[in-house]
Design a protein around this ligand. Structure first.
Ligand code: SAM
Length: 281
């Protein structure tokens, strides 16, 4: 295995090298590449370039998705939400959840959870930011939601008696049907009090023209065969089921670019992700 040691925290308070496997493409680093970041390695770039060469509009999708995340956090902050459980954090990029939330409410608390150690390596950047709010980074897997809920760092950072925004932004498409995405969301959602929110964005092939279908199928194969996580693109109806316990707020589940767009929303030519926000009654 090709690997690099990067300084980062393995626990909140103890700093130790984080071992990064650079021989296999990782979705977090491929996404970083799509967004124009520098935290990626040859294996990530090779897999990402293959996908781009197939005509998949992943760069546009990544920009659309990232902008959706920002607008959703701003919306939630405006609703008075000050606690965020952001699972599938990704490598820090412009407009991280804690930066937006703490710019609105300096006391906002954000817990980041990702299963890729590279995100931990960037924890210092994630924990920085402005405001007096607390930002916590935990390495854990969405497929084990009970472990996330039981983690003492999560419990210490978030008050489960007050509304929490559960952010599953561009991560559920790395959860296969066999992994049970409905069970995962139910376990997490059941732990949250009324007035909590669910934010989901999800990659889709719905908007892909018939002539581009083979390219899309090949792109899915690249994730399956060359990266650490298989890609499960889903259609709108299936993604809507994830909001079973969180009735959607306006405008519902829509192409990411159409969710409460503002002057900063990047132009988009097609549907690459659906985005929605639901509120637990
Ligand atoms: C496409 S990035 C999304 C980053 C950020 N949420 C955003 O939308 O800008 C997906 C992230 O999900 C993480 N991820 C994938 N599968 C995961 C799992 N089973 N548990 C936790 N994180 C996971 C990846 O490591 C990556 O950082």
């Amino acid at each position: 295995m090709t690997s690099e040691e990067i300084q980062g925290p393995t626990e909140l308070d103890s700093w130790a090298p984080v071992r990064i496997d650079t021989s296999v493409a990782h979705p977090a680093r491929m996404y970083d590449f799509y967004l124009g970041g520098k935290d990626n390695f040859p294996a990530d770039r090779e897999a990402a370039e293959r996908i781009i060469a197939m005509g998949a509009d992943v760069r546009e999708g990544a920009r659309t998705n990232r902008a959706f995340l920002g607008r959703a956090v701003r919306y939630l902050s405006a609703q008075g939400v000050s606690q965020f459980l952001d699972i599938g954090t990704g490598i820090p990029s412009a407009g991280n959840t804690h930066e937006i939330a703490q710019s609105v409410d300096p006391a906002a608390r954000v817990v980041y959870v990702d299963n890729d150690p590279i995100v931990l390596a960037h924890a210092r950047a994630l924990m920085g930011g402005h405001g007096k709010g607390a930002t916590t980074v935990v390495q854990a897997d969405l497929r084990d939601p009970a472990a996330i809920l039981a983690d003492p760092r999560v419990r210490a950072a978030l008050d489960f008696d007050r509304p929490i925004a559960l952010m599953l932004v561009a991560v559920l498409h790395f959860i296969t049907e066999e992994d049970g995405p409905d069970r995962i969301i139910k376990t997490l959602g059941d732990a949250l009090p009324g007035g909590s929110y669910l934010v989901v964005s999800h990659g889709t092939g719905d908007g892909v023209a018939e002539r581009k279908r083979p390219g899309l199928d090949e792109a899915v194969d690249v994730y399956r065969n060359r990266s650490t996580a298989a890609l499960s693109l889903r259609g709108k109806a299936r993604i809507a089921e994830f909001f079973a316990d969180f009735p959607l707020v306006e405008p519902g589940l829509v192409p990411g670019q159409d969710w409460r767009p503002d002057a900063e929303t990047p132009p988009a030519t097609m549907v690459t992700v659906y985005g929605g926000v639901g509120r637990k009654p």
